[in-house]
Design a binder for this molecule. Structure first.
Ligand code: WT7
Length: 656
């Protein structure tokens, strides 16, 4: 383990949490999930997943094969089946007579609204697919999507899926630099973007970053631009195409392209332990099966009556699986909100819940803690009685936030599902089942029926209850990643080399006395800031790319709101001069990181130091820096090449 070992204090706090919340009889009586589901899945895992694949997904060619792991660690699921993801998310609901059902209640940050039914979506997605085809996008071509949170983003993703053209969505908060490297890695042919979107009460631009990224050189032929804010944008004739015009000119009829179950659906980049983000590859049949299944059972979704809202951005995997594919495969009615939770005021989310009578809410602990800090008066202004289930994802939820979420937002009655999963797993793996599991605040608890999880010690042995270790997934699952785009070796090395034949998630975990699982955070050099993954190396590379920085070390330090915060230690170049250590220069360095990666990567603090703690072999001991960043006495310094270094840094931290 390295810098992100779970702090013991937290562990103690968690494990003294003994409250449990059994489901109410009322909820259990109407729940989609039953305890029997565990038995059915355990009796025959393969048959269980095939049954989910048949009942929740429509196939144009039925599959006869289940799991094929002969090419391990790359799995194939339902390999001889054929289908189309967009058809499953949209068309079949229209064909089943639900064309008039609202798919999306869109709420723009300025307060503008739009309602799109499944029939509307079918038309829009078909037009967009035709427009993309006209721009030369063929089955298998990659399309990059760099968008705000507006309906066109979902339409764009589904239009790609309709053509069998894998999408690569890049979070709109990422920089031109980050966008460029992702476009290059996926070798995208077309970029779909918007002039901008609304954030914090004003238009925030996107198109200039696309222009900047493409100026660095790519193989992109066209940029399709949605008009959202009406901002002025530079225009490259022949390359840039207006979304509205292209869709208007396109036919509203489009036959979905039937693809093989293992056809790539999308690539989504996530941070690993090196500076280069990994393009996580998801394919079609298994991914749709597990996102649809988990949405139905974990959120207890009822298509006729529920209004669902996931507050994540579509640029993250949560948006892919639980805004686009999982909900839409289930024919859900959902809210899509463009902006920030405190615009125009800190009650915006709760106003939205009241306005649309949201019944299922899925958000992240960081947002819950922020709302808690803002105070009860904001949710108190609104009628939240429509809520009947709450979800949490992205990082461990501390019991205090869990209780607040249930009492203040859930009126003391809603089940809470604490869902553990990753970009790589594609869908939820560990979560209580609402109506079945007695919830324990702070614990994600149990593998879902069909999932197989264990906690291992250093020697690779399953730990007994009451002990901690490394979280692994011991059996393949349908929505598992099929590799890292263009880098099979890295896939094997990252996930399959630590424990023979098992997927290593990179998380520490503990089994309590009941065998319930508690997630304890990353055990590698990956930080979790507001539920978003960042690698320490990625931020360090960004820092050393600044002319005044000679060396940098970055750690994720505990933060009350964001879970972890980025804290950097830098050594300046001699040539940088005295001024480089001043307040302004430090602010410039923070902005430099935002420019290189995106604002989420901006360090909370940067400490200028003269040395970094290193072992005799030259490895930076981030663990010690983390101690300092979290205000603790630095741990064992005996393996340092120069043991006085930590003293200097601690002094500097106190002085700063
Ligand atoms: C990492 C995955 C899954 C979508 C959002 C993040 C942490 C995720 C939980 C949870 C404790 C959690 C893990 C995991 N994580 N959910 N319920 N409890 N930790 O996706 O960016 O791929 O990050 O998020 O550390 O490895 P991601």
């Amino acid at each position: 383990m390295s810098q992100n070992d779970a702090p013991e204090a937290d562990l103690e706090n968690l494990l003294h949490e003994t409250r449990t919340f059994p489901p109410s009889e009322e909820f259990a009586a109407q729940a989609n999930a039953t305890a029997e589901l565990y038995q059915v899945a355990a009796a025959d895992r393969g048959a269980f997943w095939a049954e989910q694949a048949r009942s929740l997904v429509s196939w144009s060619t039925e599959f006869t094969e289940g799991l094929d792991f002969s090419g391990a660690p790359v799995a194939r699921w339902f390999g001889d089946g054929r289908l189309n993801a967009a058809y499953n998310a949209v068309d079949r609901h229209v064909e089943a007579g639900h064309g008039d059902r609202v798919a999306i209640h869109f709420e723009g940050e300025p307060g503008d609204t739009r309602t799109l039914t499944y029939a509307d979506l079918k038309e829009q997605v078909s037009r967009a697919a035709n427009a993309l085809a006209d721009l030369g996008v063929a089955t298998g071509d990659r399309v990059a999507i760099y968008m705000p949170m507006i309906p066109e983003t979902i339409i764009a993703m589904l239009a790609c899926a309709r053509l069998g053209a894998p999408h690569s969505v890049v979070f709109g908060g990422f920089s031109a630099e980050a966008l460029h490297s992702r476009i290059i890695d996926a070798d995208a042919r077309v970029v779909i973007t918007a002039d901008g979107g609304y954030r914090r009460g004003k238009p925030s631009s996107l198109k200039p970053a696309v222009d900047e990224a493409l100026a660095k050189g790519t193989d992109v032929r066209h940029v399709l631009v949605v008009e959202r804010t009406g901002q002025d944008v530079d225009w490259t004739e022949g390359r840039d195409v207006r979304w509205a015009e292209a869709l208007e000119a396109a036919s509203p009829e489009h036959t979905p392209v039937e693809v093989e179950a293992e056809h790539p659906l999308y690539i989504l980049y996530t941070s690993g332990t090196t500076g280069k983000p990994k393009g996580i590859l998801h394919t079609t049949g298994g991914y749709l099966t597990q996102t649809a299944y988990t949405f139905r059972y974990v959120f207890d979704h009822k298509p006729e009556t529920d209004v669902y809202w996931c507050t994540a951005d579509v640029g993250w995997v949560t948006g892919h699986s639980y805004i686009v594919y999982g909900p839409m495969l289930n024919g859900a009615t959902q809210v899509l909100y463009e902006g920030t939770p405190d615009t125009p005021d800190k009650d915006r989310w709760w106003a939205i819940v009241e306005k649309y009578r949201v019944s299922l809410l899925y958000t992240a602990p960081t947002a819950i803690r922020a709302a808690m800090k803002w105070g009860d008066e904001y949710p108190g202004r609104h009628d939240l009685s429509s809520l009947r289930l709450l979800g949490s994802v992205g990082e461990p939820i501390n019991p205090e936030a869990w209780i607040w979420y249930r009492n203040t937002i859930g009126g003391g009655k809603t089940p809470i599902v604490d869902t553990w999963w990753q970009t790589e797993t594609g869908a939820i793996m560990i979560s209580p089942l609402p109506g079945v599991t007695a919830a324990k605040p702070g614990s994600a608890q149990v593998p879902l029926p069909g999932a197989s999880v264990d906690v291992l010690n250093d020697a690779g042995e399953s730990v007994p209850n009451g002990h901690g270790g490394y979280l692994v997934l011991t059996e393949p699952w349908p929505s598992m990643l099929r590799g890292i785009w263009g880098d099979l070796e890295r896939y094997k090395e990252t996930y399959w080399s630590r424990f023979e034949g098992m997927y290593f998630a990179g998380d520490g975990a503990k089994k309590d006395e009941d065998g319930d699982i508690w997630l304890l955070g990353r055990v590698d050099d990956v930080m979790n800031v507001s539920g978003h993954r960042l690698s320490t190396t990625e931020v360090e590379s960004a820092l050393v790319s600044h002319p005044s920085v000679a060396e940098a070390a970055v750690v994720g330090a505990k933060d009350d709101t964001t879970g972890q915060a980025v804290v950097a230690f830098v050594i300046l170049r001699a040539a940088a001069g005295e001024d480089a250590a001043g307040e302004e220069a430090v602010a410039a360095l923070r902005n430099h990181v935002a420019k290189e990666i995106g604002p989420i990567a901006k360090p909370r603090s940067i400490l200028v130091v003269s040395e970094l703690p290193k072992t005799r072999s030259g490895k930076i001991m981030r663990r010690l820096l983390k101690d300092v960043a979290e205000g603790r006495e630095a741990g064992d310094v005996t393996t340092l090449a120069d043991s006085s270094v930590m003293e200097q840094i601690t002094q500097g931290m106190k002085a700063g």
